[in-house]
Design a protein around this ligand. Sequence first.
Ligand code: GDP
Length: 140
Amino acid sequence: MAVQRTFSILKPDATERNLTGAINALIEKAGLRIVAQKRIRMTREQAETFYAVHKERPFFGELVDFMISGPVVVQVLEGENAVLNYRDVMGATDPSKAADGTIRKLHAKSIGENSVHGSDAPETAAIEIAQFFSGNEIVG
Ligand code: GDP
């Protein structure tokens, strides 16, 4: 399996509770390298574009409002099988269904305020990374 990159967001519920370091420790313990990282406030337009795939879902408005409610940390993670590895580290979308030791089991507040985002496929990762980082901001 080749080295791969995935896109990650530490969501507003995580930054609000000062969990950036705690979550980064779980990421690094799983063998993923944080090769780019910045703390930003998403604009409504950025959040709507990012989650456009969900725009017909009943929770879309709530999701966008949440993502712009406070700072987020956007990241590029690199490692073997990074996309699936990070999905495993994150745990299930609904924290009540997440496995022990996962970020969402340990830290998520609810199915909406669930602390982290991770890309679902390498193709999506490339699109999501390009939305927030230019090539020279990623240092592998
Ligand atoms: P993920 O890939 O595990 O993040 O899950 P999805 O792609 O299915 O959903 C994207 C994000 O939408 C989730 O991480 C949640 O923040 C939010 N979300 C998903 N389902 C619900 C829901 O039923 N209610 C609310 N409020 N938010 C949801």
